[in-house]
Design a binder for this molecule. Structure first.
Ligand code: KG4
Ligand code: ZN
Length: 356
C-alpha cells in the first residue's frame, strides 16, 4: 500500500483532531500547536460497565459506534473549526481492546481520506505521557522519568527526548488501576474502583493493615496481585463474602471498609513512589511526569511531590484518564516531524511503547 499522497505532507500543522476509543471512553478533541486544548469531549461508558465490575469488550465497541459521530461533531463545534482546518487526524491504534480500537481507527481513516488530511497512529501509552504537554505551566525538561499507571498498564519509562523511550520496568501481573478496580469490587465499592477507593480511604487509617509491598529487589518491575490476594483473605477473615454484598455483611461482621481501602491505597502508593524515586535517582533525571488514570489519585500525587526529590509534574485529573486531547498532542509532534500513517494502518491491541 502506498502512503497517503505526498501533496498532503507539507502543509503547516496547527490544529490536530484527536480520536480515542481504546477502552470504554469515546473521545475526540481539537488541539492547537500540540499544547492548547480547543475542545476535549469524552463520552464515558463507565455506568454501563459498572454492573460487570470491568469493561465488557463487545458492549464497549458497540457503544463507540453509537457515540463516535456525535462526539466528533461536538469536538469540532466547540473548537469552532471545520474539518478542513485540521492539519491532520491522530488516532489511538493500540494498546487496547481490538473491537474498540477498530472503531476509532476506521473513523479516523475515513475522515482523513475524505478530507485529504494526513493521518497519524498514536500509541495510547505515549498519549498518556503527552497529557503533560497540555497547558503545563512548567517547562518540561529531558531526561525525565515517566510513571504510567492506568487500568491496563504500570510502566516506568525513561524519556531522553520527544519520542525516545527506554522501558525500565512494568507490572508482572495486575496493573495498578486494575488492582484498584479489583479491590473495589472485593469491598463492594463502585466502578471504576480507583476514585471509589480514594473517596472512602479519606475516612480510613492507612496504617490499620500492614499489606505486603512487592519490592522485587533490584528491579523496576511491579507486582500487585499478591496485595490484591491479601485484601481478599482479610475480607474473608471478617466472614464477609468478597464482592457484591460485602459491605452489607459488614453491618454484622464489622468489615472495616475505610481502613481496608486506606491501607490498600497506601501500599500501592508506597511501591509506585519508592520505585519512581529510586529510578529518578539512578538515572539522574530532571523531572518526573505522572500519567494514566491512577495518576489522578491525590495521595499518590502528594507523596510523589514529597518524596521524589526532583520536580514532579502531573496533568489535571481529567487529562490523566483516557481522552483525545493527549492523542492530538502526540499527533501534532509526530506530524510536525513529517511522520504519516500508511493507508493500511491497523489496530495493534498489544502495542508496546517504543521509540520512533
Ligand atoms: O488511563 P485510564 O483512564 O484508562 C486506561 O488506559 O486504563 O485509567 C483507568 C484506571 C482505572 O483502573 C481506574 O480505577 C484508575 O485508572 N483510576 C484511579 C483513580 N482514578 C482512576 N486509581 C486510583 N485513584 C484514582 N483517583
Ligand atoms: Zn488509558
Amino acid at each position: 500500500m502506498p502512503p497517503f499522497p505526498s501533496v498532503w505532507y507539507n502543509a503547516v500543522v496547527t490544529y490536530v483532531l484527536g480520536v480515542e476509543t481504546s477502552c470504554d471512553e469515546t473521545a475526540a478533541a481539537v488541539v492547537k500547536d500540540g499544547c492548547e486544548i480547543l475542545s476535549n469531549i469524552v463520552s464515558s461508558q463507565a455506568k454501563i460497565h459498572e454492573q460487570y465490575g470491568g469493561v465488557f469488550p463487545e458492549i464497549a465497541s458497540r457503544q463507540h459506534i453509537l457515540h463516535i459521530v456525535p462526539v466528533l461533531e461536538r469536538a469540532l463545534s466547540q473548537a469552532d473549526l471545520e474539518l478542513e482546518a485540521m492539519g491532520g487526524v491522530a488516532v489511538t491504534y493500540g494498546p487496547g481492546l481490538a473491537g474498540s480500537l477498530l472503531v476509532g481507527v476506521n473513523v479516523a481513516k475515513g475522515l482523513a481520506l475524505a478530507n485529504h488530511l494526513p493521518l497519524i497512529g498514536v500509541n495510547h501509552l505515549e498519549a498518556h505521557i503527552y497529557a503533560n504537554w497540555l497547558q503545563q505551566e512548567d517547562e518540561i525538561m529531558f531526561p525525565l522519568l515517566c510513571l504510567i499507571a492506568s487500568g491496563g498498564h504500570t510502566n516506568l519509562v525513561l524519556m531522553t527526548a520527544h519520542g525516545r523511550y527506554q522501558s525500565l520496568g512494568q507490572t508482572l501481573d495486575d496493573a495498578a488501576g486494575e488492582a484498584f478496580d479489583k479491590v473495589a469490587r472485593l469491598l463492594d465499592l463502585g466502578y471504576p474502583g480507583g476514585p471509589e477507593i480514594e473517596r472512602v480511604a479519606e475516612k480510613g487509617d492507612p496504617s490499620a493493615f500492614d499489606f505486603p509491598r512487592a519490592w522485587l529487589k533490584n528491579s523496576y518491575n511491579f507486582s500487585f496481585s499478591g496485595l490484591k490476594t491479601a485484601v481478599l483473605y482479610l475480607v474473608r477473615g471478617y466472614g464477609a463474602d468478597p464482592g457484591p454484598g460485602a459491605r452489607r455483611a459488614s453491618d454484622n461482621g464489622g468489615l472495616p471498609v475505610t481502613d481496608l481501602a486506606a491501607s490498600f491505597q497506601a501500599a500501592v502508593v508506597d511501591v509506585l513512589v519508592e520505585k519512581t524515586r529510586a529510578a529518578a535517582q539512578e538515572f539522574d533525571v530532571r523531572q518526573v511526569l505522572l500519567a494514566g488514570g491512577v495518576a489522578s489519585n491525590r495521595v499518590l500525587r502528594q507523596q510523589m511531590k514529597d518524596r521524589i526529590g526532583v520536580p514532579v509534574l502531573c496533568p489535571s485529573a481529567e487529562l490523566c484518564t483516557d481522552n483525545a486531547a493527549c492523542v492530538a498532542a502526540v499527533g501534532w509532534f509526530r506530524l510536525q516531524d513529517g511522520d504519516r500513517a500508511d493507508w493500511d494502518l491497523d489496530v495493534i491491541p498489544g502495542l508496546k511503547l517504543t521509540s520512533h
